[in-house]
Design a protein around this ligand. Structure first.
Ligand code: NDP
Ligand code: 2IT
Length: 447
């Protein structure tokens, strides 16, 4: 997307002030490429430098995380928490444990989170954190000691009214448990609302594990409905095989679609008859295994190493692994194979070239900040239940999630039309999210 000349100076400052952070630049570029039409309708936002302020995180925390592995050797990792924007509520966003984590990655995620959280209409600001710790191959004891050390530093920055983390890549229910346990121990407070994604017996909410994948699928269904069709009978490909991917596959199947491929960082599996979710869950959730094990149990399936999962023909694609996993070349291949909708389950999985190719080809494209917002929205529902010491049923919570996703879809769709870009959910999401955050910032004075 090209940046309007009125915003070029903002862009130059972001690039020079944040050197060596290409993912952060990419996320900012996409937003700056969308919001120029807002300046004409709302000159007060430009006058108050709302855009410049939104691009600068409120606070960035970097810390040492020392811990001891099972062999008695000392390990040192780096921890991050970027508290991006608290105009709408306490900082809210996940923690990612992956060797690729660095400040630029956390900043891109925190920036995206700010707009995403605004789109949910819930009272949550934006933040993100994590560590370059690699959980792969680590024992339960090592994971626990790492989480305890991480929280021993991070706890002082958290609080149910201040900053509320959750999971992301490499952080699920087990890690949230160890993190919450250490927070409780240090503070002597059973402050359930300080973290979300908790287990159901200790303050968690039903549907939170399923929420991101289910929500992205509800979003896909809404996009298809606008185009006069539905997921029923559609062939789908979902990349990844983690939290988001597994529950996207589950909901696609419940709505009558068929997911024929999924992946991990080593390769992808194809099962033309449809992925058998019970088998996948046993491998990934129960045994923490690899997708390659799937083909040992399903003879008809194949495992492909190298190549791209996006070469598998499908009508609906849901990239749900990681950033920049779907390139311009992948987009061409999907378009040639007749894709009609691409829905980002992950954060920024499609490169700018891929996004442009989809938009130019008239493919319905949903950016992650809109499509995967069901996870954080359900985190906000978990906070709501914690605050009222209540717990809701699965059916009620799923219904709330479905309504929230419908609301986000409609806001993106209508905003895109209003600002002269009908059908462009990227423009719709960026403008709707930007308006909500910047108008709150204006109301709160110079913050
Ligand atoms: P998980 O850790 O549960 O799963 C991640 C999956 O993506 C795994 O299959 C993993 O494969 C794969 N993956 C991770 N990094 C890479 C990489 N560099 N290259 C290829 N594959 C990779 O994470 P989630 O499912 O929670 O998160 C997936 C995406 O969804 C992320 O972008 C996250 O930010 C986003 N998201 C998550 C939400 C949540 O509630 N969890 C909410 C909204 C967005 P392997 O096991 O081989 O590493
Ligand atoms: O990217 C995301 O929205 C998440 N990882 C979930 C954040 C949350 O606070 O539930």
């Amino acid at each position: 997307m090209t940046i309007d000349e009125r915003l070029e100076q903002v862009w130059d400052v972001v690039v020079s002030r944040n050197p060596g952070e290409p993912e952060f630049h990419q996320a900012v570029q996409e937003v700056l490429g969308s919001i120029a039409p807002v300046l004409e309708k709302h000159p007060e936002l430009a006058a108050h430098k709302s855009i410049e302020r939104i691009c600068e995180p409120e606070r960035q925390i970097i810390f040492r995380v020392p811990w001891m592995d099972d062999r008695g050797e000392i390990q040192i990792n780096r921890g991050f928490r970027v508290e991006f924007n608290s105009a709408l509520g306490p900082y809210k966003g996940g923690l990612r444990f992956h060797p690729s984590v660095n400040l630029g990655i956390v900043k891109f995620l925190g920036f995206e989170q700010t707009f995403k959280n605004a789109l949910t209409q819930m009272p949550i600001g934006g933040g993100k954190g994590g560590s370059d710790f690699d959980p792969k191959g680590r024992s339960d004891g090592e994971i626990m000691r790492f989480c305890q050390s991480f929280m021993t530093e991070l706890y002082r920055h958290l609080g149910e009214y201040t900053d509320v983390p959750a999971g992301d890549i490499g952080v699920g229910g087990r890690e949230i448990g160890y993190l919450f346990g250490q927070y409780k121990r240090i503070t002597n407070r059973y402050e359930s609302g300080v973290i979300t994604g908790k287990g159901i017996t200790w303050g968690g909410a039903l549907v939170r594990p399923e929420a991101t994948g289910y929500g992205a699928t509800f979003f896909a269904e809404e996009m298809l409905r606008v185009r006069g069709t539905s997921l029923d009978g559609k062939t789908c490909v979902v990349s990844g095989s983690g939290n988001v991917a597994i529950y996207a596959i589950e909901k696609v199947h419940q709505l009558g679609g068929k997911v024929v491929a999924c992946s991990d960082s080593v390769g992808y599996i194809v099962d033309e008859g449809g992925i058998d979710l019970d088998t996948l869950k046993e491998i990934k959730l129960d045994a923490r295994g690899r997708v390659s094990e799937y083909v040992e149990r399903r003879q008809a399936a194949k495992f492909v190493v190298g190549g791209s999962i996006w070469d598998v023909p499908c009508q609906v694609a849901m990239p749900s692994a990681t950033q920049n996993e779907l390139t311009g070349a992948d987009a061409k291949s999907l378009i040639n194979n007749g894709v009609i909708a691409v829905v980002e389950g992950a954060n920024m999985p499609a490169t700018p070239e891929a996004v442009s190719a989809f938009l130019d080809a008239g493919v319905a494209f949903a950016p992650g900040k809109a499509a995967n917002a069901g996870g954080v929205a359900t985190s906000a529902l978990e906070m709501q239940q914690n605050a009222s010491r209540d717990s809701w049923t699965f059916e009620h919570t799923e219904q709330r999630l479905a309504q929230i996703m419908e609301g986000i879809h409609d806001a993106c769709f209508e905003t895109a039309e209003e600002y002269g870009a009908p059908g462009n959910y990227v423009v719709g999401a960026n403008i709707a999210g930007f308006l909500r955050v910047s108008q709150a910032m204006l109301a709160l004075g110079l913050i």
